[in-house]
Design a protein around this ligand. Structure first.
Ligand SMILES: [Zn+2]
Length: 187
């Protein structure tokens, strides 16, 4: 059973007039509880061709490696969100270049927006949510210990694109993809 955020009355599942989806609707005060996808912002933070990764100190995927990323906050842009997450998780300052990869994950109502950027002075630490952070060369990427498919795909794109396009001339493609399956939760 769910309860109204406004008045505490038990809600009911109903399709509001003019709507197409079932919602939790309050029969007492009429409040409609909309649920919509969440945006996750993150950074592919680069330093001399190395990629900044964080090893998660939180569930899910404790101990696995990820790009710094997390839920976008109110009152910020996506770029600001990506930079904030890089600071919070890796204590690194990233100068955002461009939007690089975006993933729909409709099964769990998430949208990833991952930006390419430069890690300023190659400096980083490890935030509260990270066991450790490190800069990786391609040969050292822990492919079997990555936390999420979105991270795996982004790194694959990066190493493919870097060999295929001239990044120095800003010939960097943008990737929009949809991820299905069960293996996609972030919290
Ligand atoms: Zn209510």
């Amino acid at each position: 059973m769910s309860f109204c955020l406004k008045c505490g009355h038990a809600t009911e599942k109903a399709i509001p007039a003019g709507d197409s989806h079932y919602r939790e609707v309050c029969p007492n005060c009429g409040f409609i509880h909309y649920e919509n996808p969440k945006i996750i912002c993150g950074a592919l933070a680069l330093w001399k061709d190395k990629v900044l990764l964080c090893r998660r100190a939180i569930e899910p995927r404790y101990g696995l490696w990820t790009l710094p990323a997390g839920f976008m906050e109110l009152q910020e842009t996506m770029e600001q969100g990506a930079a904030r997450e890089t600071w919070e998780e890796a204590e690194g300052k990233v100068a955002i270049d461009q939007l690089y990869c975006s993933y729909n994950i409709p099964r769990i109502g998430q949208v990833y927006m991952l930006f390419k950027g430069q890690l300023e002075e190659g400096a980083f630490g490890a935030g509260e949510e990270s066991l450790e952070c490190a800069l990786f060369d391609e040969a050292d990427i822990p492919w079997d210990s990555l936390a999420f498919p979105s991270i795996y795909r982004t790194l694959k794109h990066y190493y493919h694109d870097r060999k295929t396009y001239d990044f120095a001339k800003d010939q960097v493609p943008f990737h929009l993809e949809t991820i299905s399956g069960d293996d996609t939760v972030i919290e």
